[in-house]
Design a protein around this ligand. Sequence first.
Ligand code: N01
Length: 557
Amino acid sequence: MAEPPTIDAVVIGAGFGGLYMVHRLRELGFSVQGFEAAADLGGVWYWNNYPGARCDGESLAYSYSFSDALQQDWSWSERYGGQPEILRYLNAVADRFDLRRLFRFSTRVLAARWDEDAARWIVETDDGGQVAARFLISASGCLSAARVPDFPGMETFSGESYHTGQWPKEPVDFAGKRVAVVGTGSSGIQIVTAIAPEVASLTVFQRTPNFSVPARNRSMDRTHEARVKADYRGYRDEARGLILPKEAGKPASGFNRPPMGSGHDFTAAEREAELLARWNHGYGGAPLLFAFRDMMTDPEINEFAADFVRARIRETVADPATAELLSPKGYPLGAKRICVDTGYYETFNRDNVALVDVKADPIERITPSGIMLASGRAFAVDTIVFATGYDAMTGALSRIDIRGRNGQRLRDKWAEGPRAYLGLMAAGFPNLFLMTGPGSPSVISNVVDSLEQHADLIGDALTMMRAAGHITIEPERDAEDRWVAHVDDVANTTLWPRAASWYKGCNIPGKPQVFMVYVGGPAAYRRICDEVKADGWRGFRLAGQAPAREPARAGAR
Ligand code: N01
């Protein structure tokens, strides 16, 4: 095969991360080619168009900050954007900044090999193409590798079946159908609530109950929006935890109602009142999780809040046995990703909805007519929805055959758990950047914000290298080791690792169980990255003089 021309960068994925990354690089004067396996842009917001899909971070925050004109011009219709609106937003961003032409859609990256001699990545795609690039940037997503369980008999099912993360683009008709939903994480909770009113019957197969708190979604309060837009920078910095809200306990941003201090500083009645305020007035979701600064570090405070949520479930669900089954026990609130809903628990008061405990009686097989449990209990259904989650954090990357120095595979390097300095780069894999990679705040942060931060950091790295004439950047092994140990140490001071969660890889049989998120907080992480950069990219090895070369022609500039 003829030598492919070398461009500056390949970016994998056209979601929030990839879209901004290509924009940033082009702005800095680098040639860039993006690849996206889907037919169109949007990433998770392209794939997750199941009924009820909605963001559970406030859209004023879960949106790009890189362009003030953009954030001033765009107006969200609701407090929490629904999937169609978020996808419209991403399309509008792509049009506004002319990003579409930087991507090849319906093109999956299959493999990437580091070419030591030429100091470049050779990237192979499923259309048989090859591209060579000095830098390879993965924006392939933390929750994009869908996991459909391999129940025996899957292929025998005579009805329709879907995974929430691979939802078809043509409408799915649920009206009058007998539907099974397997899985009660964020996706399951949303789709159950959305389709219950239209189906004939809905059977929810729950293995582990999750804590869910009300979103209190509503039409955008235009006064609030105007206040945010008058000081968007301040709002973002507050949401990032970089500055304190202006009035203690009464923030300008609903997103970031600040912690009240230690839970121990308050009486039980005061704690209850604070939790209730958050529950009732729409500081639901993550802000409930951070009601007190020791919620995720002190088992007693956490258990108090867990009890509070269980009491709300008992209050809401009419049938005590169902309420009991829906009540999470045995792991801390928040240690499995907290869910945010609009009437989830109420749904179980409907006559056409039933809850089945598949922890006690696991799904044994899929039959032509539906689902059979180990006990032999059988459920005849027309449609099965698998809301069974993802091979999170590492799944999308592991599905690409990435080989670094000496042909080492990334998935082999990560056989005992992912290792990456700052969650950004892995030793032995020069010039490979992982946006919101394992060991960064990623999924325990506002992920759009974290993606922007990584894109800016990567842009800074490439600019610095161009100016200094460096060819490669790669973490030093001991910097990587220290960071991985630090991520682990920080996690172990919290309650997060105390649940069998996808944060730890527990949902994937055989996956090493390592806590994969930096939980020191996005503000601390941002400061560390800024210091690393200011300190001459401490912990990174920079090498070589850039070869004199023709300006790249492939890709767009
Ligand atoms: O996936 P999950 P998800 N038999 O892994 C169950 C983000 N997100 O797609 O807990 C029976 O959370 C599994 O049971 P268990 C968000 O970060 C955000 O819902 O392993 N059940 C669990 O109940 C979220 O956390 C939004 O025991 C089986 C469920 O399937 C992340 O994506 C919306 C099973 C999987 O839940 C993933 O959420 C949607 C089996 N064999 C997603 N295998 C918002 O912004 C798995 N399960 C709102």
